[in-house]
Each structure stands twice: as C-alpha cells, then as structure tokens.
Design a protein around this ligand. Structure first.
Ligand code: ZN
Ligand code: ZN
Ligand code: ZN
Length: 143
C-alpha cells in the first residue's frame, strides 16, 4: 500500500492514523466516494469511528488540497484522491464515477477575456467536467 505520509507532511497536515486510512480508501477507489462510502470502508479498520469524524477529516483533507471535492450536479457530497500536484482539471464520469485527469486548461484565454471585457483579473478558478467516460460509452458495432 502506498504511504501517504509525505503528502500530508508536504501540505503541513498532521498525519493521523485516520487521515492516512481515509487517503488509502480514496486512493484505492479510483472513483469518487460519498462520505458514507468512505465511512463504511474505514470501519473495517476503525470499528468505532463515527460519521462526523469522517466528514471532518474529509473536509480538512480537501481544505489542505490532498483530496478533491466533487461539485456534483446532484448536489450531494463526494470526494476523490489525486496526487497530481500540477494545475489541471478533472473529467468525471457520472455513470461509473471514475475520475480522469484533464491536462487542459483554458486559463490564458479566460484571463484575456476577463481583462478585455470586464477589466478584471482572475485570482482562481474551478472547473470540473462531467460526462460519460470511454468505458461507459457503448461500442458502436460495425455493420
Ligand atoms: Zn464511466
Ligand atoms: Zn487529478
Ligand atoms: Zn485551470
């Protein structure tokens, strides 16, 4: 199992056993998970852990930039793990819940647009792209 100590250290977050276990759960999943799903898997190791603790730790890890929150159209809360520290975005499949890195950003064009039309400057931006991934796209049968 991958050791996530160094990530927490890098982001100056305390590496508590529960945080490390949550990172394990999320990094093994390769999909986004709801707090309840993380909780269920965490209980295999920490039988007495409560859901509020899971919520709090997920929030702290997301604030620290270790995990990401899905801004889902269904307005429910989900998280996923990504260790790509470069600026990038995510393509999120709403069918199988898998998350792919999207090494594309239209920031330069956006910046230009904002400065030219609004006379403003961008300080940060969030972009998550939802759709159906290649695994969930039915293969077109050759006739
Ligand atoms: Zn999919
Ligand atoms: Zn990523
Ligand atoms: Zn970007």
């Amino acid at each position: 199992m991958e050791n996530h100590n160094h990530i927490l250290k890098e982001l100056e977050l305390k590496a508590t056993p529960k945080r490390l276990a949550i990172l394990d759960v999320l990094s093994c999943a390769s999909t986004y998970l709801s707090p309840e799903e993380v909780w269920k898997r965490l209980k295999e190791r920490f039988s007495t852990v409560g859901l509020p603790t899971v919520y709090r730790n997920l929030e702290e890890l997301a604030d620290g930039g270790v995990i990401f929150k899905v801004i889902h159209p269904d307005r429910k809360l989900y998280y996923f793990f990504c260790d790509n520290r470069k600026h990038h975005h995510h393509f999120i499949c709403t069918s199988c819940k898998r998350v792919d890195d999207l090494n594309f950003c239209a920031y330069k064009e956006l910046e230009k647009e904002v400065s030219q039309t609004l006379n403003g400057t961008i300080s940060s931006h969030i972009m998550q792209v939802f759709g159906i991934c290649r695994h969930c796209t039915p293969v077109k049968e050759a006739k």
